[in-house]
Ligand binder design. Sequence first.
Ligand SMILES: C[S@@+](CC[C@H](N)C(=O)[O-])C[C@H]1O[C@@H](n2cnc3c(N)ncnc32)[C@H](O)[C@@H]1O
Length: 238
Amino acid sequence: MRNRRRTLPGGRAGRGTTGPRASVAEEKLGARFERTYSTTDYRKHPWFSERPTEFVAEAVRSGRVRRGRSLDLGCGAGTLALWLARQGYDAFGIDFSPSAVAVATRRAARRKRKARFRVASALDLPFPRGFADLVTDIGLVHTLSPPRREVYASELARVLKPGGDYLTVVFAREDQNDEIGPPYRLSVGELMAAFESALEVQEVHAVPSEPARDARRFYAVHLRRRRSPQPGPGPLWR
Ligand SMILES: C[S@@+](CC[C@H](N)C(=O)[O-])C[C@H]1O[C@@H](n2cnc3c(N)ncnc32)[C@H](O)[C@@H]1O
């Protein structure tokens, strides 16, 4: 008997990025994440870890990214923002799930960390232009359909300071064997198309999944906000 595809919040059965199923799935995404955070202990979520994402931790420790103010998009239970606060960042995190933000805020209070969390959409960030020196995204961008990815890229370019850094770990489109996962996995080409007019590539490499360390494939991506726009595909410079 063939395995049935399982889905996770942010994921859907089947593949492909267009068609009615994709848009229905996307509309329900926020509600699904909220339901997950409000009904299941965050420590049981497959993406949860008590430790910061290795790629981000290494980039920060090695000094490859700017210090200052950090913003974690799709912060979930807040692990990464809490760790960045401990490293000396003025740390912020946003998530569209109020229950996730409540968990992150509670964890910050328990640890007496100054990280601040807000309920917000990554497509409409409540921060001014040039707000952050470092933006991180672990597990959000691959939930966005191509049109929404463009809005996201534009918001990202707006809130990042010129010369500021963006670190993300995304599900690789090339991973064809996985039975679970998000709907809009990206190839390196798609990543570049979405971001290259406003951000330039510093580093892209394949990494194992975290925290599961199973066979799934991800890309670790480091982009830097250009000081002036480049012509070409990608989000409108604004
Ligand atoms: C796979 S979880 C990862 C959570 C966290 N980054 C971590 O590594 O533990 C993706 C998170 O992104 C949030 N999210 C997805 N799309 C979002 C959007 N458009 N705006 C804000 N948050 C979003 C979800 O609520 C969820 O907390």
